[in-house]
Design a protein around this ligand. Structure first.
Ligand SMILES: Cc1cc2nc3c(=O)[nH]c(=O)nc-3n(C[C@H](O)[C@H](O)[C@H](O)COP(=O)(O)O)c2cc1C
Length: 209
């Protein structure tokens, strides 16, 4: 069985183009991989814990090589539970719009919760960060209203969306990352036609997986 974690970052439900693009990819992948077990994490609906003072204390204790105690221990247990769902997956499908050049805050909150020492990464004082995840694959389904790879920057925006996600995944040890893009989704004369073309590319990628 291959476990795929489908993370949805847009709050636009059925209207979401990033979700629709990811679904186009998934439709073909499901046909090709009958053993696929899909876990859907909808960040607009599913509760992600706040990264509050107790969570920070827990992270600092772990970094200092101490076991968190009291409220920090409870916070660490909560972090571990959320992170373990991520760690359990073999593949990631992350659907996200660009928001203000970057990613929506709930996706950032999720990353802040799960990206922890001893769970997703380690730090060697001599060589730096190293990822603890091995043999995972990720696909990013990316939308943006005005930004596109072909539009001049910075007038149409700068991509802190894909670059941030790739840096984060790399640091966790996920290096096999593919992108599918529907960009621009708004600043186009033919949004429907462009979406169809993007969905076809997504399906082509899935057919090669
Ligand atoms: C809060 C917010 C911020 C946005 N910021 C940007 C941006 O910086 N650059 C851009 O090109 N589009 C931006 N957009 C447009 C969305 O990226 C675009 O509409 C995208 O297709 C939405 O994807 P979705 O349908 O999956 O929600 C923004 C939209 C919202 C709601």
């Amino acid at each position: 069985m291959t476990k795929l974690l489908f993370i949805k970052a847009s709050p636009r439900n059925a209207g979401s183009k990033s979700n629709a693009l990811a679904e186009a990819y998934l439709d073909v992948l499901k046909q090709r991989q009958s053993d696929l077990a899909i876990d859907v994490l909808d960040l607009a609906k599913d509760r992600i814990p706040e990264f509050d003072g107790n969570k920070v204390a827990a992270k600092m204790a772990i970094l200092a090589g101490e076991g968190p105690t009291g409220a920090a221990k409870t916070a660490w247990d909560e972090i571990t539970e959320v992170a373990n769902r991520f760690i359990a997956a073999d593949r990631y499908l992350i659907a996200t719009p660009m928001w203000n050049g970057g990613i929506p805050y709930r996706l950032k909150q999720y990353i802040d919760v799960i990206h922890q020492p001893g769970l997703l990464w380690g730090l060697d004082p001599k060589t730096g960060y190293f990822g603890l995840l091995k043999d995972k694959k990720a696909v990013l389904a990316l939308t943006a209203g005005a930004y596109a790879l072909t539009q001049p920057a910075p007038a149409f925006g700068i991509d802190h969306q894909s670059t941030y996600l790739k840096d984060w995944l790399n640091q966790a040890g996920v290096v096999d990352i593919k992108e599918i893009r529907f960009q621009p989704s708004l600043l186009t004369a033919d949004p429907e036609g462009d979406f169809k073309a993007a969905a076809a590319k997504a399906q082509e990628l899935a057919s090669q997986s």
